[in-house]
Write a protein of this length. Sequence first.
Length: 117
Amino acid sequence: MQSYRKLKVWSKSHDLTIKIYKITESFPDSEKYGLSSQMRRSAYSIPTNIAEGVGRNSNSVFLNFLNISLGSANELEYQILLAKDLNYIDCDKFNELNHEIGEIRAMLISLESKINS
């Protein structure tokens, strides 16, 4: 298997993680151990599980890690919706992040399909 850094989906999810960290810096202090922390964990879980899965010697194990990444993308999608509804992020930022998550999710599904074929 190739290096995880060569996977476009890893790179895109890494960039998203950095954005989430920067965005959550402006959340209220009361969210430090709440939504801010959860969003960060969901975000970094995506590239982390891709990296771990690439390091395994089995396609079936790699697929499992990709599924975990996909689940984390779904969690993050809801969390940014909640952040918008709580007025922690504006609609434009929500739409931008939601679009990026959708692209990452599609890339993960495509990679799973390629591995399964």
